[in-house]
Design a protein. Sequence first.
Length: 70
Amino acid sequence: MNNRCQIKVRMEPRQIVMLDNIIEGYDCLAIPSTGKSKIGEVTLHVTPDTYDDVMGILQNLPWPITILDT
C-alpha cells in the first residue's frame, strides 16, 4: 500500500474525457482534477487503498500517457 494521495499525468487533451469515464466506471477509484486541461495535465486524487489500482489502470490505457508525479 502506498501513502501518496495524488498522481499527476499528461496525455492528449482529447483523451481526458475518456479517462474520466474509465475512472467513473471503476466506482470512482480517484477524483480527476483538470487544472491544465489545455495541455493535457490531470491530477488524480486517490486514497492509499486505491493508489495501486489506479496506477494499474493508467499503465494499461490504450493511449500514451506520461506519469509526471506520484
